[in-house]
Design a protein around this ligand. Structure first.
Ligand SMILES: [Zn+2]
Length: 403
């Protein structure tokens, strides 16, 4: 009880004294020097403080997170994880998760889903047809969790190792009846005040074929920082804290990891740090996709799958490092579907996989879900892929009018 009172005390202190108060300080010579405070804190009304305390209290009672990081390894079934594990000294960051479940990945029109329908199940909680980006079976738009989060004042971001208009990231922010309409999908990014994006697909924004619009310029006009691999390495990209930004990692699709692409870990750290500062007490929702595990499966290339899977796993480790320190962040790792009917055949050894493939497309396997953080226990068991959306919405209170 005493701990709880102490907690509210700190919350009040936090809201009333964030920036340094004006003060008279002694300098080295013992003389007084006036500190000039130019940036006054925004005034928070007592009602708003009351509301925030109530929300914090409800969150604590429900053991709910402030932030959610949803990480999707596209095409990452159990075999892809196993191959990564045994190719990496029998060790994965994924082993740090205390809670595991399985989801049923089938789509609205096919037992074997594609990435568009798979991601729309996570982003909007509907089973839709293969190829659908943020729309239902009737092709009408369905609100996504990223849009709901933005509407409730949370910060939001998208990171991918494909182009950012590719099916998985697109399904969190765009609404289009067909996944290959990349330029139209890019246009939909203009309708949501997302806080950051990191991924390929620059040309769909600034060198469009279907119209004359320059969406990078339109973003700049809205106050976004827009940069790319063309201007600077992502390691050198230092967006102002508090800014909104887009950083393009490629003109079209980024290279495979094996050909030199290296940004997922840097992008994961950058995105989490930036959104944590921006979201503050209101929290953030971030989706990170390891996009090319799937492409290795389509190509039936075991080494491609493994190098992509292990990069994704390292990014997962970074998200977990943050969540462990933060204590208010739920990390969920899953895949939309398995790709390749990938098998680890007899003759495989630690460090050397003898692969088999039954397909160059996706399969209907159950897909693992890993969870760490407040609310983690809700992700054990076997459930529909759409349940992941419903549980994230509940845990972030995004269904509630008083959020
Ligand atoms: Zn695929």
């Amino acid at each position: 009880m005493r701990l709880i009172s102490l907690f509210y005390f700190f919350i009040i202190i936090l809201f009333t004294s964030c920036p340094p108060a004006p003060a008279v300080v002694d300098n080295d010579n013992g003389q007084h020097a006036e500190e000039v405070v130019t940036d006054l804190p925004p005034v928070i009304s007592p009602e708003e403080i009351e509301k925030r305390i109530e929300r914090e209290k409800a969150r604590r009672e429900a053991k709910a997170p402030r932030n959610v990081i949803l990480m999707i390894g596209d095409g990452m079934g159990v075999s892809q994880i196993t191959a990564g594990l045994y190719s990496n000294g029998n060790k994965l960051q994924l082993e740090r998760f205390p809670v595991l479940g399985l989801h049923k990945s089938y789509s609205g029109d096919n037992l074997v889903t594609d990435s568009a329908a798979g991601a729309t199940a996570f982003s909007a909680g509907v089973k839709t047809y293969n190829g659908a980006i943020g729309v239902g079976m009737d092709t009408m738009p369905v609100e996504t969790i990223l849009e709901s989060a933005e509407a409730k004042g949370m910060a939001s971001g998208l990171v991918a190792t494909s182009s950012i208009v590719h099916a998985t990231p697109a399904s969190f922010i765009a609404h289009n009846p067909y996944r290959k309409n990349y330029e139209a999908i890019a246009t939909d990014f203009m309708d949501t005040e997302f806080d950051l994006l990191i991924g390929g697909g620059k040309k769909f924004f600034d060198r469009r074929e279907t119209d004359e619009r320059d969406l990078s310029q339109e973003l700049r006009n809205k106050g976004y920082v827009v940069s790319s691999y063309f201007d600077e390495e992502i390691e050198d990209f230092k967006p102002e804290p508090g800014s909104n930004f887009a950083y393009f990692t490629a003109d079209g699709e980024p290279l495979p990891y094996a050909q030199g692409r290296r940004y997922l870990e840097t992008a994961t750290q950058l995105a989490i740090k930036h959104l944590d500062e921006k979201g503050g007490e209101r929290g953030f929702f971030l989706t990170i996709e390891g996009s090319q595990i799937d492409w290795g499966g389509h190509a039936n290339e075991s080494e491609y799958i493994i190098s992509e899977m292990l990069e994704f796993d390292r990014a997962v480790g970074q998200a977990l490092d943050f969540a462990e320190k933060d204590g208010n962040t739920l990390v969920i790792v899953t895949a939309d579907h398995e790709t390749g009917g990938y098998a680890i055949n007899n003759g495989s050894k630690m460090g050397k996989i003898e692969p088999g493939f039954s397909s160059d497309y996706h399969t209907a396997d159950l897909i693992p879900v890993f969870a760490y953080g407040p609310g983690q226990s809700l992700f054990s068991g076997i459930y529909e892929n759409t349940a992941i959306y419903a549980r994230m919405m509940d845990l972030l209170f995004l269904n509630r009018s008083d959020r």
